[in-house]
Design a protein around this ligand. Structure first.
Ligand code: ATP
Ligand code: MG
Ligand code: MG
Ligand code: MG
Length: 475
């Protein structure tokens, strides 16, 4: 089954159960300053869950474009390292706005997976929120999942990979306990069932999360009950496609194969299993969809995240031998794969190509010198047996050669080296302080010579730097 068909079957299944098919919203959330990018299907329905917005339907289903590269859900660093994480992915979802609750949500999910998609029941495992006896009983007594395939899990155990059965969109907003469905890809892959010490492995892969939306978390962390208990679910299209196409990693599905081949063509790389090709295939989707939705590369906020993704892609191309702009040439292949389902890609193709090309030309001008410094430092460190990269040098790479901190960290990680983030932050803060002092001086001069009406723009750019810093800390 091709991913396009898997997507359609999901939507048709829920439409037949009385759900309105709603189109994906933009990756740039409207009117929601708490959110960097759309990170889940429920985002566009946030106000419906909160009771502020009413829709002519109380059941909906979507295939939502998502980006997780900043903010609460940040998978940028996982890309290329795990079988299951992308920066951009499609989330299939069904939603109940005060209509059905736990019982129907669980039964629909099971029916779709085992009857429509035909998955073998013994390959599936589920988790429930530790205290949620109701969900446990529905799975066990009504659906018939054996006790040894149901795991109770609490919230936030600390590890970034650890299962977590209390879902939150961000630090504030709708949230609630959840039940998740995992697929066992078999013994040949390392890893243990959810909740076990080996759960970080890629044998048991989470495919679907069913969230029982019950609370609105405020800034102080207080949970307020929602007007009506609701349901929000999310299943990664790429993950269910891997399962249904009998492959292990998302990167082996139909949709990705064409992109990996295109990346290999543009970098002349012969090893189709190179992690860098996966990174390129992933990043061309995130960058193109973000640009199509109006994000432009820049030095702060969303634009800076986009720039970081583009530069990370360029660095992986550089690693494969590219020495001039190449990344934008993968865009037509992406449009060929996904332009039908997402016409905005086709409509914005020229803009996407031009934007990427411009960013590439810019970064290719400094990457070589930056890489020399970085490699020099790494070689000197290896001689001395040092495994923490100097934060001052990381800052210099950032400031002079346009290497975002996570780019330096990504390169270091390949050599089992970490970056001294605190020293990086200190160098950044020092520069900010110097700029502020210079700004004050300039302002004093301006006021003296140009009168009190002088507009002072210094703090605006300082603010931008402050935001960049916050972004690093975030993710
Ligand atoms: P994981 O634990 O694997 O990081 P998650 O628990 O963070 O996933 P949810 O927030 O529950 O994911 O999102 C719902 C579903 O969206 C997941 O079950 C998965 O199928 C899919 N998904 C989440 N993050 C990604 C990603 N980075 N790339 C691809 N699919 C994803
Ligand atoms: Mg995650
Ligand atoms: Mg998870
Ligand atoms: Mg989850």
């Amino acid at each position: 089954m091709k991913s396009a068909e898997i997507r359609q079957k999901f939507l048709d299944f829920f439409a037949a159960k009385g759900h309105q098919i709603v189109s994906s919203s933009s990756l740039v959330p409207h009117d929601d300053p708490t959110l960097l990018f759309t990170n889940a299907g429920m985002n566009q329905f946030k106000d419906v869950f909160l009771g502020f917005d009413k829709r002519p339907y109380n059941r909906a289903t979507t295939s939502q474009k998502c980006v997780r590269a900043g903010g609460k859900h940040n998978d940028l660093e996982n890309v290329g390292y795990t079988a299951r994480h992308h920066t951009f992915f499609e989330m299939l979802g069904n939603f109940s706005f005060g209509d059905y609750f736990k019982r129907d949500a669980i039964k629909y999910a099971w029916e779709l997976l085992t009857e429509v998609y035909g998955l073998p029941k013994d390959k599936l495992m589920v988790t429930v929120y530790a205290e949620d006896d109701e969900a446990y009983d529905i799975w066990h007594k009504e659906v018939g999942v054996p006790a040894e395939k149901i795991v109770r899990i609490g919230d936030n155990k600390g590890s970034r990979y650890a299962s977590d059965n209390f879902w939150m969109m961000g630090d504030t907003g709708p949230c609630g306990p959840c039940t998740e469905i995992f697929y066992d890809h078999g013994e040949k892959h390392w890893g243990g069932p959810p909740g076990s010490p080996e759960e970080d492995g890629d044998r048991f892969i989470e495919i679907w999360n069913n969230v029982f939306m019950q609370f609105n978390r405020d800034e102080a962390g207080v949970m307020h009950p929602l007007p009506k208990p609701s349901v929000d679910t999310g299943m990664g299209l790429e993950r269910i496609s891997a399962v249904l196409q009998g492959v292990h990693a998302n990167y082996e599905i139909d949709l990705f194969q064409a992109l990996i081949a295109a990346a290999a063509r543009e970098t002349s790389d012969a090893d189709m299993n190179s992690p860098s090709l996966k990174v390129l295939a992933d990043h061309v989707r995130a960058c193109s969809f973000l640009i199509a939705d109006g994000v432009i590369p820049g030095n702060e906020g969303r634009g800076y995240v986009l720039r970081r993704i583009i530069r990370r892609a360029i660095r992986h191309g550089y690693k494969l031998g590219a020495r001039a702009a190449f990344f934008h040439r993968i865009v037509p292949d992406l449009v060929g794969e996904m332009g039908e389902a997402y016409p905005e890609l086709k409509e914005n193709q020229a803009k996407i190509v031009a934007t990427l090309k411009q960013e590439e030309d810019r970064f290719f001008a400094t990457i070589e010198n930056g890489m020399e410094i970085l490699e020099g430092e790494l070689a000197a460190m290896a001689d001395k047996g040092v495994t923490v990269f100097n934060g001052e040098t990381a800052f210099k790479l950032h400031d002079t050669y346009g290497f975002p901190l996570d780019l330096t960290a990504d390169i270091c990680r390949e050599r089992d080296v970490t970056v001294d983030g605190a020293a990086f932050d200190a160098a950044m803060a020092r520069q900010k302080e110097q700029a502020r002092a210079a700004g004050k001086f300039k302002m004093a001069v301006n006021l003296e010579y140009a009168g009190a009406e002088t507009t002072f723009h210094g703090y605006e750019s300082l603010d931008a730097k402050g935001k960049v810093l916050a972004l690093y800390k975030d993710g």
